[in-house]
Design a protein around this ligand. Structure first.
Ligand code: ADP
Length: 286
């Protein structure tokens, strides 16, 4: 089943004015239900514009956005329902925490849906657990939390709406490498546990190489590649030419191969490289 289908999508801002700007040009792709997908591309390539079209915050100039097979900009479509089903987490979402306690903040959305007290509580508990926030922090005030913890709370607030699709704009921006790793691992396990489709924008090639199943590469508003990170990161020179640096390990593998260590060219992560190098050394000893 397809979760998101993008058909001949073009978007131009400020049509007919001197500030006219085409942000997306004739894009086509599909994301299946339950996939974990990354979107990468240089600044200005159209990533933010694209994800805001997934729940009709921006309406395409041309083309269609289908969510679970429904054209979300078609006549008679309930936008509220669409926005509930496609949860969007903006950059630095923790800036929007405003309630006195973490629990209340996450409860805000479900309360507005008119759910019963018990249902609200169930959703808050499920969401805070899904983002891995320790229970002793649930009654704390947002300002008592670290940056990474606050971000988890903000993500929990979106999950509490029970979306089938979760879309995040650079969820790890501004976090240190440890915080980035922890959040990615949490998103991965949440994705598995809740079975939701996750689409995220990232600037970290290392992280997407490690965590996502499929990558969409945008370049100047066009779809440049779509495939597994292993397929995409083979195009080292092409990626560099569009301002993206493949994971560092690709360069180390290349240098090793040039020096007679014939390990696989499609190695993607440091762990994989370590395994293959050890294997290569052992084979040479025999
Ligand atoms: P990215 O997220 O990849 O950095 P954006 O989607 O933000 O890219 O921007 C794509 C292009 O659209 C850029 O040239 C940007 O200047 C332009 N753009 C984005 N938002 C607007 C807007 N509200 N009005 C006019 N132009 C915009």
């Amino acid at each position: 089943m397809t979760a998101i289908e993008i058909v001949n999508l073009t978007h131009t801002f400020n049509v007919g004015s001197p500030f006219e700007r085409t942000a997306l040009k004739d894009i086509n792709f599909a994301i299946d239900k339950g996939e974990f997908v990354g979107i990468i591309g240089h600044t200005g390539s159209g990533k933010s514009t694209l994800i805001q079209m997934f729940n009709s915050l921006i309406i395409p100039t041309k083309g269609k956005v289908l969510i679970n097979g429904v054209d979300i900009n078609g006549e008679g479509v309930n936008k509220k329902e669409i926005r509930q089903n496609v949860g969007l987490v903006f950059q630095y979402p923790e800036h929007q925490l405003f309630e006195l306690t973490i629990f209340k903040d996450v409860a805000y959305g479900p309360i507005n849906l008119g759910l019963s007290e018990q249902e609200v509580e169930d959703r808050v508990v499920k969401s805070l657990r899904a983002v891995g926030l320790a229970e002793d922090l649930w009654q704390a005030a947002p300002f008592q939390l670290s940056g990474g913890q606050k971000r988890r709370v903000a993500i929990a607030g979106v999950i509490a709406m029970n979306p089938g699709i979760l879309v995040l704009d650079e969820p790890t921006a501004g976090l240190d490498p440890k915080g980035r790793d922890e959040l990615f691992q949490q998103l991965k396990s949440m994705h598995k546990e809740l079975g939701i489709t996750v689409v995220l924008i990232s600037h970290s090639m290392e992280d997407v190489a490690k965590y996502v199943e499929k990558l969409i590469v945008l370049h100047k508003g066009s779809l440049k590649y779509m495939g597994t990170p292993r397929e995409i990161f083979k195009n080292v020179e092409e990626l560099e030419s569009i301002g993206l640096a493949p994971p560092q390990i690709k360069y180390i593998v290349k240098a090793l191969r040039e020096n007679g260590f014939m390990i696989d060219e499609d190695i993607l992560t440091v762990d994989e490289a370590a395994n293959r190098i050890m294997g290569f050394l052992k084979a040479r000893e025999v």
